[in-house]
Write a protein that binds this ligand. Structure first.
Ligand code: HEC
Length: 103
């Protein structure tokens, strides 16, 4: 296995890894989160988004991501992401910092 350090998921990604990878083009129950920070919302190819997420405008800025991860269904009512949310701000910051390195 080449690049072991890069291939490892950060522990802060553990709650997401059941449904997401950070590998380009690799969708699971959720779309790949490769290069997600700063990416256009609901724009991963070959992923069938909910109408609610498709209707979202703009990009996943750090602030937008933070709000969605904290409470997906409050931020995007009708989203198909069935995840309770991550209430701990420090944990979210760590996770978003790591996601930024996945490019
Ligand atoms: C139970 C499965 C599941 C878990 C756990 C989960 N997600 Fe998701 N995620 C989804 C699904 C399904 C979607 C698509 C939602 C939609 O279409 O409404 C999604 C969408 C997203 C999007 C929008 C992507 C885009 O292309 O616009 C982001 C960002 C995201 N998830 C981040 C996370 C993060 C970070 C975690 C961990 C804290 C996480 N998700 C945990 C299933 C999950």
């Amino acid at each position: 296995m080449a690049g072991a350090a890069q291939a490892q998921n950060d522990p802060s990604f553990a709650p997401c890894a059941a449904c997401h990878t950070v590998k380009p083009g690799q969708n699971r129950l959720g779309p790949t989160l490769h290069r997600i920070v700063g990416a256009k919302k609901a724009a991963v190819p070959n992923f069938n988004y909910s109408p609610a997420l498709k209707a979202q405008k703009g990009v996943w800025s750090e602030a937008e991501l933070d709000a969605y991860i904290a409470n997906p269904r409050a931020k995007v009512p009708g989203t198909r992401m069935i995840y309770v949310g991550m209430p701990d701000k420090a944990k979210r910051a760590k996770l978003i910092a790591w996601l930024k390195t996945q490019k």
